[in-house]
Design a protein around this ligand. Structure first.
Ligand code: AMP
Ligand code: ZN
Length: 494
Protein backbone atom coordinates (compact mmCIF):
# COMPACT_ATOMS: atom_id res chain seq x y z
CA UNK A 1 0.00 0.00 0.00
CA UNK A 2 1.11 3.52 -0.62
CA UNK A 3 0.35 6.76 1.12
CA UNK A 4 -2.98 8.27 0.17
CA UNK A 5 -3.14 11.98 0.69
CA UNK A 6 -5.72 14.69 0.17
CA UNK A 7 -4.74 17.00 -2.66
CA UNK A 8 -6.33 20.45 -2.40
CA UNK A 9 -5.91 20.85 -6.15
CA UNK A 10 -8.11 17.87 -7.05
CA UNK A 11 -10.16 18.03 -3.80
CA UNK A 12 -9.61 14.30 -3.59
CA UNK A 13 -7.58 11.73 -1.78
CA UNK A 14 -4.98 10.48 -4.20
CA UNK A 15 -2.14 8.03 -4.07
CA UNK A 16 1.06 9.89 -3.43
CA UNK A 17 3.83 8.98 -5.86
CA UNK A 18 6.84 11.24 -6.31
CA UNK A 19 7.71 12.42 -9.80
CA UNK A 20 11.22 11.02 -9.50
CA UNK A 21 11.45 7.46 -8.17
CA UNK A 22 12.18 7.52 -4.48
CA UNK A 23 12.99 11.21 -4.14
CA UNK A 24 10.36 13.45 -2.61
CA UNK A 25 10.75 17.16 -3.28
CA UNK A 26 8.55 19.16 -0.97
CA UNK A 27 8.25 22.83 -0.10
CA UNK A 28 6.53 24.26 2.95
CA UNK A 29 5.71 27.90 3.45
CA UNK A 30 7.61 28.88 6.55
CA UNK A 31 7.14 31.52 9.21
CA UNK A 32 7.04 35.24 8.75
CA UNK A 33 9.59 36.16 11.37
CA UNK A 34 8.04 39.29 12.80
CA UNK A 35 7.06 37.82 16.19
CA UNK A 36 7.26 34.58 18.21
CA UNK A 37 5.50 31.61 16.60
CA UNK A 38 2.09 30.70 18.03
CA UNK A 39 0.64 27.26 18.58
CA UNK A 40 -1.46 27.53 15.40
CA UNK A 41 1.70 28.00 13.34
CA UNK A 42 3.17 24.96 15.03
CA UNK A 43 0.14 22.86 14.28
CA UNK A 44 0.87 23.35 10.60
CA UNK A 45 4.64 22.91 10.93
CA UNK A 46 4.18 19.72 12.94
CA UNK A 47 1.73 18.36 10.35
CA UNK A 48 4.41 18.86 7.70
CA UNK A 49 7.07 17.35 9.99
CA UNK A 50 4.90 14.30 10.45
CA UNK A 51 4.42 13.94 6.71
CA UNK A 52 8.17 14.22 6.19
CA UNK A 53 8.93 11.64 8.87
CA UNK A 54 6.35 9.22 7.53
CA UNK A 55 7.63 9.55 3.96
CA UNK A 56 11.12 8.83 5.22
CA UNK A 57 9.91 5.84 7.19
CA UNK A 58 8.29 4.66 3.98
CA UNK A 59 11.70 4.58 2.30
CA UNK A 60 11.76 7.89 0.43
CA UNK A 61 14.63 10.28 0.28
CA UNK A 62 13.34 13.67 1.33
CA UNK A 63 14.33 17.03 -0.03
CA UNK A 64 12.31 19.38 2.14
CA UNK A 65 12.70 23.11 1.75
CA UNK A 66 11.13 25.79 3.89
CA UNK A 67 11.36 29.53 3.48
CA UNK A 68 11.87 32.06 6.17
CA UNK A 69 9.83 35.10 5.19
CA UNK A 70 12.17 37.81 6.39
CA UNK A 71 10.68 40.60 4.32
CA UNK A 72 6.97 41.40 4.09
CA UNK A 73 4.53 44.20 4.90
CA UNK A 74 4.50 43.56 8.66
CA UNK A 75 8.28 43.25 8.93
CA UNK A 76 8.87 46.40 6.91
CA UNK A 77 6.38 48.27 9.07
CA UNK A 78 7.77 47.04 12.39
CA UNK A 79 11.43 47.51 11.52
CA UNK A 80 10.71 51.07 10.33
CA UNK A 81 8.78 51.69 13.55
CA UNK A 82 11.69 50.43 15.68
CA UNK A 83 14.32 52.24 13.60
CA UNK A 84 16.31 49.04 12.90
CA UNK A 85 17.18 47.25 9.69
CA UNK A 86 15.01 44.43 8.41
CA UNK A 87 17.82 41.97 9.18
CA UNK A 88 18.25 43.25 12.73
CA UNK A 89 14.53 43.03 13.27
CA UNK A 90 14.07 39.49 11.94
CA UNK A 91 17.26 37.87 13.32
CA UNK A 92 15.79 37.65 16.80
CA UNK A 93 12.55 36.01 15.66
CA UNK A 94 14.21 33.65 13.24
CA UNK A 95 16.45 32.39 16.04
CA UNK A 96 13.44 32.05 18.33
CA UNK A 97 11.53 30.15 15.66
CA UNK A 98 14.36 27.67 15.12
CA UNK A 99 14.72 27.13 18.87
CA UNK A 100 10.98 26.60 19.23
CA UNK A 101 10.84 24.21 16.28
CA UNK A 102 13.66 22.14 17.79
CA UNK A 103 11.97 22.27 21.19
CA UNK A 104 8.83 20.73 19.74
CA UNK A 105 10.68 18.01 17.85
CA UNK A 106 10.50 19.41 14.32
CA UNK A 107 13.30 18.21 12.10
CA UNK A 108 14.92 21.12 10.36
CA UNK A 109 14.26 21.38 6.61
CA UNK A 110 16.64 23.15 4.24
CA UNK A 111 16.03 26.82 4.99
CA UNK A 112 15.91 29.56 2.38
CA UNK A 113 15.62 33.24 3.20
CA UNK A 114 13.81 35.79 1.08
CA UNK A 115 16.44 38.48 1.66
CA UNK A 116 19.13 36.18 0.26
CA UNK A 117 17.27 35.77 -3.05
CA UNK A 118 16.35 39.34 -3.95
CA UNK A 119 18.21 39.31 -7.26
CA UNK A 120 16.67 35.98 -8.27
CA UNK A 121 13.29 37.51 -7.60
CA UNK A 122 13.99 40.62 -9.65
CA UNK A 123 15.11 38.39 -12.50
CA UNK A 124 11.90 36.37 -12.24
CA UNK A 125 9.84 39.57 -12.47
CA UNK A 126 11.81 40.60 -15.51
CA UNK A 127 11.05 37.30 -17.23
CA UNK A 128 7.35 37.75 -16.49
CA UNK A 129 7.43 41.27 -17.94
CA UNK A 130 9.27 40.03 -21.05
CA UNK A 131 6.52 37.48 -21.59
CA UNK A 132 3.80 40.09 -21.15
CA UNK A 133 2.57 38.50 -17.93
CA UNK A 134 3.49 41.38 -15.66
CA UNK A 135 3.63 45.14 -15.97
CA UNK A 136 5.27 48.08 -14.31
CA UNK A 137 3.26 50.93 -12.81
CA UNK A 138 4.36 54.57 -12.71
CA UNK A 139 5.76 54.36 -9.20
CA UNK A 140 8.12 51.50 -10.17
CA UNK A 141 6.07 48.62 -8.73
CA UNK A 142 5.32 45.50 -10.77
CA UNK A 143 2.06 43.61 -10.91
CA UNK A 144 1.07 40.21 -12.22
CA UNK A 145 -1.72 40.39 -14.78
CA UNK A 146 -4.06 37.65 -13.64
CA UNK A 147 -6.16 37.87 -16.80
CA UNK A 148 -3.17 36.27 -18.53
CA UNK A 149 -3.48 33.11 -16.50
CA UNK A 150 -6.69 31.28 -17.38
CA UNK A 151 -6.22 28.81 -14.54
CA UNK A 152 -6.45 31.55 -11.91
CA UNK A 153 -8.69 30.26 -9.13
CA UNK A 154 -8.16 26.55 -9.80
CA UNK A 155 -6.74 25.83 -6.34
CA UNK A 156 -9.23 27.87 -4.33
CA UNK A 157 -12.06 26.80 -6.66
CA UNK A 158 -13.18 30.29 -7.51
CA UNK A 159 -14.29 31.56 -10.84
CA UNK A 160 -12.69 34.92 -11.45
CA UNK A 161 -13.87 35.44 -14.99
CA UNK A 162 -15.38 38.84 -15.55
CA UNK A 163 -13.09 40.39 -13.00
CA UNK A 164 -11.98 43.92 -13.72
CA UNK A 165 -8.82 43.64 -15.80
CA UNK A 166 -6.04 45.86 -14.48
CA UNK A 167 -7.50 46.52 -11.02
CA UNK A 168 -4.68 46.13 -8.55
CA UNK A 169 -3.94 45.17 -4.97
CA UNK A 170 -0.60 45.77 -3.34
CA UNK A 171 -1.01 44.24 0.13
CA UNK A 172 0.38 40.73 0.66
CA UNK A 173 -2.78 39.34 2.20
CA UNK A 174 -6.31 39.94 0.93
CA UNK A 175 -9.53 38.01 0.61
CA UNK A 176 -11.09 36.26 -2.36
CA UNK A 177 -13.52 39.04 -3.07
CA UNK A 178 -10.77 41.49 -3.75
CA UNK A 179 -8.87 39.33 -6.21
CA UNK A 180 -6.91 41.71 -8.42
CA UNK A 181 -3.61 41.93 -10.21
CA UNK A 182 -1.24 41.42 -7.33
CA UNK A 183 2.06 43.10 -6.53
CA UNK A 184 5.11 41.11 -7.50
CA UNK A 185 7.48 43.89 -6.59
CA UNK A 186 6.81 46.98 -4.52
CA UNK A 187 8.45 50.32 -5.17
CA UNK A 188 10.24 51.87 -2.18
CA UNK A 189 8.29 54.09 0.17
CA UNK A 190 10.00 56.70 2.35
CA UNK A 191 11.54 55.16 5.46
CA UNK A 192 11.07 51.60 4.23
CA UNK A 193 13.76 49.06 3.40
CA UNK A 194 14.44 48.47 -0.28
CA UNK A 195 16.98 46.81 -2.56
CA UNK A 196 18.56 48.08 -5.78
CA UNK A 197 18.08 45.55 -8.56
CA UNK A 198 18.02 45.20 -12.33
CA UNK A 199 14.31 46.06 -12.37
CA UNK A 200 14.78 49.10 -10.16
CA UNK A 201 14.71 49.66 -6.42
CA UNK A 202 12.08 48.06 -4.22
CA UNK A 203 11.25 44.85 -2.44
CA UNK A 204 9.58 41.60 -3.39
CA UNK A 205 5.97 40.77 -2.62
CA UNK A 206 5.41 37.74 -0.41
CA UNK A 207 3.98 35.48 -3.13
CA UNK A 208 6.95 35.94 -5.40
CA UNK A 209 9.37 34.70 -2.74
CA UNK A 210 7.96 31.24 -2.55
CA UNK A 211 7.72 30.70 -6.32
CA UNK A 212 11.31 31.77 -6.87
CA UNK A 213 12.89 29.91 -3.98
CA UNK A 214 10.92 26.70 -4.35
CA UNK A 215 11.71 26.36 -8.05
CA UNK A 216 15.34 27.30 -7.49
CA UNK A 217 15.76 24.56 -4.90
CA UNK A 218 13.43 21.89 -6.24
CA UNK A 219 12.96 22.48 -9.98
CA UNK A 220 10.05 23.87 -12.00
CA UNK A 221 7.79 20.95 -11.09
CA UNK A 222 8.04 19.26 -7.73
CA UNK A 223 6.00 16.89 -5.60
CA UNK A 224 4.30 18.73 -2.82
CA UNK A 225 3.67 22.21 -1.51
CA UNK A 226 2.40 22.71 2.03
CA UNK A 227 1.00 25.33 4.36
CA UNK A 228 -1.92 26.21 6.58
CA UNK A 229 -5.39 26.42 5.02
CA UNK A 230 -5.31 30.22 5.04
CA UNK A 231 -2.60 30.13 2.39
CA UNK A 232 -4.80 28.58 -0.32
CA UNK A 233 -5.91 32.06 -1.31
CA UNK A 234 -4.30 34.33 -2.28
CA UNK A 235 -0.81 33.07 -1.51
CA UNK A 236 -0.77 29.67 -3.18
CA UNK A 237 -3.11 30.70 -5.96
CA UNK A 238 -0.70 33.51 -6.79
CA UNK A 239 2.33 31.25 -6.58
CA UNK A 240 0.70 28.93 -9.11
CA UNK A 241 -0.20 31.80 -11.44
CA UNK A 242 3.33 33.25 -11.48
CA UNK A 243 5.12 29.95 -11.75
CA UNK A 244 2.97 28.09 -14.23
CA UNK A 245 2.47 31.00 -16.56
CA UNK A 246 6.23 31.41 -16.75
CA UNK A 247 7.28 27.77 -17.08
CA UNK A 248 4.22 26.34 -18.79
CA UNK A 249 4.54 23.33 -16.48
CA UNK A 250 2.55 22.18 -13.48
CA UNK A 251 4.13 23.75 -10.40
CA UNK A 252 3.47 21.47 -7.41
CA UNK A 253 1.66 18.16 -7.92
CA UNK A 254 0.22 17.87 -4.44
CA UNK A 255 -1.15 20.71 -2.36
CA UNK A 256 -1.18 19.88 1.34
CA UNK A 257 -3.07 22.19 3.73
CA UNK A 258 -3.48 21.86 7.48
CA UNK A 259 -6.73 23.00 9.03
CA UNK A 260 -6.63 26.01 11.32
CA UNK A 261 -6.28 25.44 15.01
CA UNK A 262 -8.92 26.85 17.34
CA UNK A 263 -8.33 27.67 20.99
CA UNK A 264 -11.11 26.74 23.40
CA UNK A 265 -13.49 26.75 20.42
CA UNK A 266 -12.54 30.18 19.10
CA UNK A 267 -10.22 31.59 16.53
CA UNK A 268 -7.00 32.51 18.28
CA UNK A 269 -6.58 36.24 18.68
CA UNK A 270 -4.64 38.58 20.91
CA UNK A 271 -7.76 40.59 21.72
CA UNK A 272 -9.63 37.50 22.96
CA UNK A 273 -6.73 36.63 25.26
CA UNK A 274 -6.57 33.13 23.79
CA UNK A 275 -3.39 33.65 21.83
CA UNK A 276 -0.50 31.44 22.90
CA UNK A 277 3.03 31.09 21.74
CA UNK A 278 4.90 27.90 22.48
CA UNK A 279 6.89 29.79 25.09
CA UNK A 280 3.72 31.02 26.83
CA UNK A 281 2.70 27.42 27.41
CA UNK A 282 6.10 26.36 28.71
CA UNK A 283 6.13 29.38 31.04
CA UNK A 284 2.87 28.05 32.45
CA UNK A 285 4.71 24.79 33.19
CA UNK A 286 3.57 22.63 30.26
CA UNK A 287 6.01 20.27 28.62
CA UNK A 288 6.92 20.65 24.94
CA UNK A 289 6.21 16.94 24.45
CA UNK A 290 2.62 17.40 25.72
CA UNK A 291 2.01 20.08 23.11
CA UNK A 292 3.61 18.04 20.34
CA UNK A 293 1.45 15.08 21.28
CA UNK A 294 -1.70 17.18 21.42
CA UNK A 295 -1.01 18.86 18.09
CA UNK A 296 -0.60 15.47 16.42
CA UNK A 297 -3.60 13.87 18.08
CA UNK A 298 -6.11 15.20 15.55
CA UNK A 299 -5.51 14.40 11.85
CA UNK A 300 -4.23 17.46 10.04
CA UNK A 301 -7.42 18.07 8.02
CA UNK A 302 -9.75 17.90 11.02
CA UNK A 303 -10.56 20.75 13.31
CA UNK A 304 -8.24 20.73 16.29
CA UNK A 305 -9.56 22.58 19.27
CA UNK A 306 -6.76 23.36 21.69
CA UNK A 307 -7.82 23.25 25.34
CA UNK A 308 -5.82 23.13 28.56
CA UNK A 309 -7.67 19.96 29.52
CA UNK A 310 -6.54 18.43 26.26
CA UNK A 311 -2.98 19.48 27.00
CA UNK A 312 -3.07 17.83 30.42
CA UNK A 313 -4.54 14.71 28.87
CA UNK A 314 -1.73 14.69 26.31
CA UNK A 315 0.83 14.87 29.13
CA UNK A 316 -0.74 11.80 30.72
CA UNK A 317 -0.61 9.93 27.40
CA UNK A 318 3.07 10.71 26.88
CA UNK A 319 3.83 9.68 30.45
CA UNK A 320 2.07 6.36 29.90
CA UNK A 321 4.12 5.62 26.84
CA UNK A 322 7.36 6.57 28.56
CA UNK A 323 6.55 4.46 31.61
CA UNK A 324 5.71 1.51 29.44
CA UNK A 325 9.06 1.80 27.71
CA UNK A 326 10.86 2.04 31.07
CA UNK A 327 8.98 -1.01 32.24
CA UNK A 328 10.22 -2.98 29.24
CA UNK A 329 13.74 -1.64 29.51
CA UNK A 330 14.14 -2.14 33.24
CA UNK A 331 12.29 -5.41 33.87
CA UNK A 332 13.50 -8.97 34.46
CA UNK A 333 11.83 -11.40 32.12
CA UNK A 334 11.63 -15.16 31.94
CA UNK A 335 13.36 -16.65 28.93
CA UNK A 336 11.33 -17.57 25.87
CA UNK A 337 8.66 -15.80 23.92
CA UNK A 338 4.90 -15.43 23.96
CA UNK A 339 3.42 -15.73 20.44
CA UNK A 340 0.60 -13.40 21.46
CA UNK A 341 3.03 -10.62 22.33
CA UNK A 342 4.98 -11.20 19.14
CA UNK A 343 1.79 -10.94 17.11
CA UNK A 344 0.65 -7.90 19.07
CA UNK A 345 3.87 -6.04 18.27
CA UNK A 346 3.81 -6.80 14.57
CA UNK A 347 0.08 -6.13 14.21
CA UNK A 348 0.54 -2.78 15.93
CA UNK A 349 3.25 -1.78 13.46
CA UNK A 350 0.90 -2.76 10.62
CA UNK A 351 -2.00 -0.85 12.11
CA UNK A 352 0.04 2.31 12.63
CA UNK A 353 1.25 2.15 9.03
CA UNK A 354 -2.22 1.60 7.65
CA UNK A 355 -3.54 4.53 9.69
CA UNK A 356 -0.84 6.90 8.50
CA UNK A 357 -1.19 5.74 4.90
CA UNK A 358 -4.82 6.77 5.19
CA UNK A 359 -4.21 10.51 4.71
CA UNK A 360 -2.06 10.61 7.88
CA UNK A 361 -4.66 9.44 10.33
CA UNK A 362 -2.59 10.21 13.41
CA UNK A 363 -5.47 9.60 15.81
CA UNK A 364 -5.75 6.00 14.64
CA UNK A 365 -2.01 5.48 14.82
CA UNK A 366 -2.01 6.70 18.40
CA UNK A 367 -4.98 4.48 19.20
CA UNK A 368 -3.04 1.49 17.84
CA UNK A 369 -0.03 2.09 20.07
CA UNK A 370 -2.23 2.60 23.13
CA UNK A 371 -4.03 -0.65 22.48
CA UNK A 372 -0.64 -2.37 22.40
CA UNK A 373 0.42 -0.69 25.64
CA UNK A 374 -2.83 -1.70 27.31
CA UNK A 375 -2.57 -5.34 26.30
CA UNK A 376 1.16 -5.59 26.99
CA UNK A 377 0.81 -3.94 30.41
CA UNK A 378 -1.81 -6.54 31.33
CA UNK A 379 0.54 -9.27 30.13
CA UNK A 380 3.43 -7.72 32.08
CA UNK A 381 1.35 -7.83 35.28
CA UNK A 382 0.84 -11.56 34.89
CA UNK A 383 4.31 -12.51 33.65
CA UNK A 384 3.01 -12.94 30.10
CA UNK A 385 5.87 -11.00 28.53
CA UNK A 386 8.99 -13.08 27.95
CA UNK A 387 12.55 -12.06 27.25
CA UNK A 388 12.25 -12.41 23.47
CA UNK A 389 9.08 -10.29 23.36
CA UNK A 390 10.82 -7.21 24.68
CA UNK A 391 12.64 -6.33 21.44
CA UNK A 392 9.57 -6.50 19.17
CA UNK A 393 7.49 -4.44 21.62
CA UNK A 394 10.26 -1.87 21.93
CA UNK A 395 10.56 -1.98 18.13
CA UNK A 396 6.90 -1.04 17.70
CA UNK A 397 7.36 1.84 20.14
CA UNK A 398 10.41 2.98 18.19
CA UNK A 399 8.47 2.96 14.91
CA UNK A 400 5.79 5.04 16.57
CA UNK A 401 8.37 7.45 17.89
CA UNK A 402 10.11 7.89 14.54
CA UNK A 403 6.94 9.75 13.61
CA UNK A 404 5.56 11.17 16.84
CA UNK A 405 8.87 11.88 18.62
CA UNK A 406 7.69 12.17 22.21
CA UNK A 407 9.34 9.26 23.99
CA UNK A 408 12.68 10.78 24.91
CA UNK A 409 12.44 12.39 28.28
CA UNK A 410 14.14 15.64 27.33
CA UNK A 411 11.48 18.12 28.39
CA UNK A 412 13.26 19.49 31.42
CA UNK A 413 16.37 20.89 29.72
CA UNK A 414 14.10 22.47 27.09
CA UNK A 415 11.92 24.00 29.79
CA UNK A 416 15.02 25.34 31.47
CA UNK A 417 15.99 27.09 28.24
CA UNK A 418 12.64 28.87 28.19
CA UNK A 419 13.07 29.84 31.83
CA UNK A 420 16.53 31.27 31.12
CA UNK A 421 15.14 33.15 28.12
CA UNK A 422 12.34 34.66 30.24
CA UNK A 423 14.89 35.89 32.77
CA UNK A 424 16.96 37.44 29.98
CA UNK A 425 13.91 39.14 28.49
CA UNK A 426 12.87 40.56 31.86
CA UNK A 427 9.79 38.34 31.99
CA UNK A 428 10.54 36.62 35.29
CA UNK A 429 7.05 37.39 36.54
CA UNK A 430 5.66 35.12 33.83
CA UNK A 431 7.55 32.06 35.12
CA UNK A 432 5.01 29.88 36.89
CA UNK A 433 5.77 27.87 40.03
CA UNK A 434 5.05 24.72 38.04
CA UNK A 435 7.84 25.58 35.62
CA UNK A 436 10.26 26.38 38.44
CA UNK A 437 9.48 23.08 40.15
CA UNK A 438 9.81 21.11 36.91
CA UNK A 439 13.22 22.63 36.24
CA UNK A 440 14.28 22.04 39.84
CA UNK A 441 13.34 18.36 39.71
CA UNK A 442 15.17 18.00 36.44
CA UNK A 443 18.56 18.94 37.75
CA UNK A 444 19.52 15.26 37.69
CA UNK A 445 19.87 14.06 34.12
CA UNK A 446 18.37 10.75 33.01
CA UNK A 447 21.79 9.10 33.05
CA UNK A 448 22.49 10.46 36.59
CA UNK A 449 19.24 8.89 37.69
CA UNK A 450 19.93 5.59 35.93
CA UNK A 451 23.33 5.46 37.65
CA UNK A 452 21.71 5.98 41.06
CA UNK A 453 19.11 3.32 40.30
CA UNK A 454 21.89 0.90 39.35
CA UNK A 455 23.55 1.67 42.70
CA UNK A 456 20.25 1.03 44.44
CA UNK A 457 19.86 -2.28 42.65
CA UNK A 458 23.29 -3.52 43.63
CA UNK A 459 22.76 -2.35 47.25
CA UNK A 460 19.52 -4.35 47.32
CA UNK A 461 21.17 -7.35 45.73
CA UNK A 462 23.67 -7.38 48.58
CA UNK A 463 20.81 -6.78 51.03
CA UNK A 464 22.14 -3.35 52.01
CA UNK A 465 18.65 -1.89 52.33
CA UNK A 466 19.87 1.06 54.35
CA UNK A 467 22.01 2.24 51.45
CA UNK A 468 19.18 1.59 48.99
CA UNK A 469 16.82 3.66 51.15
CA UNK A 470 19.31 6.52 51.38
CA UNK A 471 19.61 6.69 47.60
CA UNK A 472 15.87 6.49 47.23
CA UNK A 473 15.39 9.40 49.63
CA UNK A 474 17.95 11.41 47.73
CA UNK A 475 16.11 10.80 44.47
CA UNK A 476 12.73 11.59 46.02
CA UNK A 477 14.11 14.90 47.28
CA UNK A 478 15.15 15.71 43.73
CA UNK A 479 11.57 15.17 42.58
CA UNK A 480 12.03 11.64 41.24
CA UNK A 481 9.35 9.09 42.06
CA UNK A 482 10.64 5.58 42.65
CA UNK A 483 8.59 2.44 42.42
CA UNK A 484 10.04 -0.90 43.42
CA UNK A 485 8.20 -3.76 41.74
CA UNK A 486 8.94 -7.39 41.14
CA UNK A 487 10.04 -6.43 37.62
CA UNK A 488 12.68 -4.08 38.95
CA UNK A 489 12.92 -0.44 39.90
CA UNK A 490 10.98 2.15 37.93
CA UNK A 491 11.31 5.90 38.15
CA UNK A 492 9.70 8.99 36.78
CA UNK A 493 9.89 12.68 37.38
CA UNK A 494 7.19 14.23 39.51
P1 AMP B 1 2.87 32.95 9.13
O1 AMP B 1 4.02 33.04 10.08
O2 AMP B 1 1.71 33.79 9.50
O3 AMP B 1 3.32 33.18 7.70
O4 AMP B 1 2.32 31.45 9.21
C1 AMP B 1 3.14 30.33 9.19
C2 AMP B 1 2.29 29.09 8.95
O5 AMP B 1 1.36 28.89 10.02
C3 AMP B 1 1.46 29.14 7.67
O6 AMP B 1 1.51 27.88 7.03
C4 AMP B 1 0.05 29.43 8.20
O7 AMP B 1 -0.92 28.93 7.32
C5 AMP B 1 0.05 28.66 9.50
N1 AMP B 1 -0.96 29.12 10.49
C6 AMP B 1 -1.18 30.37 10.93
N2 AMP B 1 -2.18 30.39 11.86
C7 AMP B 1 -2.59 29.10 12.02
C8 AMP B 1 -3.58 28.45 12.82
N3 AMP B 1 -4.37 29.11 13.69
N4 AMP B 1 -3.71 27.10 12.69
C9 AMP B 1 -2.94 26.41 11.85
N5 AMP B 1 -1.98 26.96 11.07
C10 AMP B 1 -1.80 28.29 11.14
ZN1 ZN C 1 4.75 30.55 0.65
Amino acid sequence: MALRLFNTMSSQIEEFRPLRDQDVRMYACGPTVYDYGHIGNFRTFIAVDLLRRFLRQSGYKIHHVMNITDVDDKIIRNSARDGVTVQQYTAKYEKAFLEDAAMIGIEQPTLVRATEHINDMAEFVKKLVDKGLAYRTDDGSYYFRIAKFPGYGKLSKRDFTGMLDGARVDVDEYDKDSARDFALWKAPKPGEASWDTAIGPGRPGWHLECSVMSMKELGESFDLHAGGEDLVFPHHENEIAQSESLTGKPFAHFWFHARFLLVEGEKMSKSLGNFFTLRDLVLKGHKPSSLRYLLTSVPYRNQLNFTFDGLKQAAVSVERLRNFRLRLQGGNFATGSNPQMQALASETVGRMRAALEDDLNTAQAQAAIFEMVRQANTALDSGGVKKDDVAPLLGALAKFDEIFAVLDDDDVPKMKQVMDWAVKEGREKDISDTLREAVQSGKLSDSDIEAKIAEMKSARASRDFKKSDTIRAELTDAGILIEITKDGIRWRRK
